[in-house]
Design a protein around this ligand. Structure first.
Ligand SMILES: [Ca+2]
Ligand SMILES: [Ca+2]
Length: 288
């Protein structure tokens, strides 16, 4: 579902069998992690018992530098306590994270930047759930390690903390608070719903656009979007009908022609019978 909405995700993935379609091939898992089918997909289910639950894989990479790790995570039914995780590089903790207690149906994509030191040609990546009183089943899927986008976020006020400052929004687009964060809500009526910003860029080349995305309650129909560069459609995408609580990150590659120093980025929901509220947050554009 998420994959269909992200047609321009780069093909590079240094993880093997990140979708677990080959069960645990290429992975090392302790007794606390096992392959299961969940929400219609092959996933790994983990639950720490006497020790942390761990999933590791040895990866070959082209060199040192910044890499972007993402994976899909759902929780099992449980008390509403947070649970805790760690990302390890060669057994050393690189990142700690906390997963809030919430509806188990929440389908998130977690995202981390991992920096590998000079001379690295391979390393053991580990994803762990820490043993704790809040531990519950974690379901993991779609593990991807890719080159990290380089550079700063070129979008201004991408988190909408300054309301619609720097943005141009159509009449069908409004600032709201949703899931505890300032977001933009859009619903096309007589025309497409649009959000646009004039972005200054250091030059031509490839840029990585990401934004957080949720849908409102609706019939389970797909709805459709477009990314525009100076008003021209650069990408079309489809968002499958699904639980509104699904909290995804959509990801696109945009190529800018020679001589570009700035352009108008547009994100649009296309008017259609499947239209429902879209909630957008955390818009980022980075040079690759
Ligand atoms: Ca899968
Ligand atoms: Ca926000």
């Amino acid at each position: 579902m998420t994959r269909k909405a992200s047609p321009a995700v780069p093909a590079v993935n240094f993880i093997q069998n990140g979708d677990f379609e080959q069960a645990l091939a290429h992975w090392t898992a302790g007794d606390e992690a096992e392959p299961v089918t969940h929400a219609g997909s092959a996933m790994v289910r983990m639950l720490p018992s006497t020790k942390d639950a761990s999933l590791t894989q040895f990866l070959n990479v082209p060199g040192s530098g910044r890499y972007h790790l993402t994976f899909r995570l759902m929780r099992g039914a449980s008390p509403m306590q947070p649970s805790h995780g760690r990302i390890t590089v060669d057994g050393t903790t690189a990142e700690k994270f906390q997963v809030e207690g919430s509806d188990p149906a929440v389908d998130r994509t977690l995202s981390f930047i991992i920096t590998l030191p000079d001379g690295t040609t391979g390393f053991e990546l580990g994803i762990h759930q820490v043993r704790s009183s809040g531990a519950t089943y974690w379901y993991l899927d779609d593990v991807v390690l890719d080159h990290a986008p380089e550079g700063d976020n070129l979008i201004q006020n991408g988190d909408f903390d300054q309301a619609l400052e720097h943005w141009t929004a159509s009449a069908e687009t409004a600032l709201v608070t949703h899931a505890g964060s300032a977001m933009v809500r859009m619903l096309p009526s007589s025309t497409d719903a649009s959000l646009a910003q004039r972005v200054n860029v250091p030059g031509s080349g490839r840029y990585h656009l990401t934004f957080r995305f949720m849908r409102g309650a609706s019939p389970m129909q797909p709805s459709h979007g477009r990314i525009t560069v100076d008003g021209k459609t650069a990408e079309k995408f489809q968002v499958e009908g699904s639980d509104p609580a699904v909290d995804r990150i959509l990801s696109f590659i945009i190529s800018l022609p020679d001589g570009t120093t700035g352009f108008e980025l547009g994100i649009h929901q296309v008017r259609s019978s499947g239209a429902t509220y879209w909630y957008l947050d955390d818009v980022a554009l980075r040079a690759m």
